[in-house]
Design a protein around this ligand. Structure first.
Ligand code: CMP
Length: 137
């Protein structure tokens, strides 16, 4: 079993799509071993996306991620990292396949509804950024 980290981003939360996204997560066979709703500060969003700090979209991204509540999750499944990326679809909703979360709920490259870890090391950092071991059940 593998664990990955996911976010239901502020646009998807504000649009009332958190429940639909969580239903899809269960339907696809994940266990949700950690889940909480947060309203990130700009500094907290910057810390999370630190790896992108030199990218031109860093300020826009962290402004958006701190613009409203989001849901952070730890998902468990066989091959969870790739499985969650497949369910989300391409980063840009305009390029995402039919049936993926970003196609259905994403509005733009920045407001793309969900986030997911891209590798085991990233998942370990991202899970640890938001959850203690005691919170993962
Ligand atoms: P995410 O999976 O959260 O990882 C980093 C995010 O940066 C990505 O999804 C996009 O939402 C965002 N992103 C990537 N490229 C751009 C861009 N060119 N302009 C704005 N946001 C971007």
């Amino acid at each position: 079993m593998e664990r990955t980290f996911g976010i239901i981003k502020p646009n998807a939360f504000a649009d009332g799509n958190s429940g639909k996204i969580i239903s899809r997560i269960y339907e696809e066979g994940f266990k949700i071993v950690g889940l909480k709703k947060l309203y990130l500060s700009k500094v907290e969003a910057e810390g999370f996306y630190y790896v992108h700090k030199d990218r031109p979209f860093f300020d826009e991204l962290t402004e958006f991620m701190s613009s409203g509540p989001c849901v952070v999750m730890v998902l468990e499944a066989e091959n969870a990292i790739q499985k969650w990326r497949d369910l989300m679809g391409a980063t840009n909703p305009a390029e995402a396949a039919e049936g993926t979360l970003r196609k259905e709920f994403g509005a733009s490259l920045g407001e793309n509804a969900t986030h997911g870890s891209d590798a085991p090391e990233t998942a370990a950092f991202e899970i640890g950024y938001f959850f203690s071991g005691l919170e993962l059940l």
